[in-house]
Design a protein around this ligand. Structure first.
Ligand SMILES: NC(=O)c1ccc[n+]([C@@H]2O[C@H](COP(=O)([O-])OP(=O)(O)OC[C@H]3O[C@@H](n4cnc5c(N)ncnc54)[C@H](O)[C@@H]3O)[C@@H](O)[C@H]2O)c1
Length: 259
């Protein structure tokens, strides 16, 4: 490729999402932040949202430090009022929403026998019911515009289950089934809805695991490394920039752990 074509290619990549508005939930750090950065790098106006204004701001500051712009606002995905406020703030400021990435999520791991109802409910509320609430609030605007890209962050655990993660596995399996249903209901509105099922990604969520558990996981990963948030961002980027004939799918980003 000549230098000029290379520069043109870089420029067009930079502009792929120009004029588009993207909301990423739980993007103060981790996978959400990496996705937000990737979308901002392609020219989208990215809304960093998180459970507190401080955590949203910290994501936005990191984006700013890499020379990109974003807008941060609070959105607690378990609180309907907070969600509605976020959506109306974004619509007032930008008048459109093209991309929604439902990323916010938590774990409360413990063996099934010991799992308390509160631990079950907290994970289902934050990981699954939130996707219902946030998407319902946002998708009506996409529907009116006859365009939208919804990307839900599920997990390989939602496909395969895992010791000590009954609540988490059920929530992520639910996210996958919800993704497929939305794909069917909104296809006529030119809205695609896909899910990403990451394997073991190096973020604060997994940094709290014991070293011996991490080593165990590594044994089963053919690519012999943990994933980085940027690996997941690549998949999200695909759904938002290409893949216009791809909907209702789950892309597994796990270094080959499950195949
Ligand atoms: N790290 C992994 O190995 C892995 C694997 C598979 C799936 N995932 C999924 O990826 C997503 C991101 O996880 P991560 O690894 O970046 O975790 P993380 O803990 O680093 O980040 C999660 C973010 O979600 C936010 N959040 C939590 N509760 C919230 C709420 N009620 N409202 C708004 N924001 C809230 C947190 O403040 C945090 O910024 C989650 O859905 C997680 O289940 C992670």
């Amino acid at each position: 490729m000549s230098t000029q074509t290379l520069t043109e290619a870089k420029m067009s990549h930079h502009d792929l999402l120009k004029d588009q508005v993207a909301i990423v939930t739980g993007s103060g750090r981790g996978i959400g932040l990496a996705i937000a950065k990737k979308l901002a790098g392609a020219g989208a106006a990215v809304i960093i949202t998180d459970i507190t204004q401080e955590s949203a701001d910290s994501g936005a500051n990191e984006i700013a430090s890499s020379g990109l712009k974003s807008f941060s606002t609070v959105c607690n995905v378990t609180d309907p009022e907070s969600i509605e406020k976020m959506t109306s703030t974004v619509m007032e400021k930008y008048s459109r929403i093209d991309i929604l990435v439902n990323n916010a999520g938590i774990t409360k791991d413990t063996l099934f026998m010991r799992m308390k109802l509160e631990e079950w409910n907290a994970v289902i509320e934050t990981n699954l019911t939130s996707v219902f609430k946030v998407t319902q609030s946002v998708i009506k605007n996409m529907s009116k515009a006859n365009y939208g890209r919804v990307v839900n962050i599920a997990s390989v655990i939602g496909l395969h289950g895992n010791f000590g993660q009954a609540n988490y596995a059920a929530s992520k399996a639910g996210v996958i089934a919800l993704t497929k249903t939305l794909a069917k209901e909104y296809a006529s509105k030119n809205i695609t809805c896909n899910a990403i099922a990451p394997g073991f990604i190096d973020t604060p969520m997994t940094q709290k695991l014991k070293p011996e558990i991490k080593d165990k996981y590594l044994e089963f990963i053919p690519l012999k490394r943990f994933g980085q948030p940027e690996d997941v961002a690549e998949a999200a980027f695909y759904f938002c920039t290409g893949g216009s004939y791809v909907t209702g799918q789950v892309i597994v980003v796990d270094g080959g752990m499950f195949m």
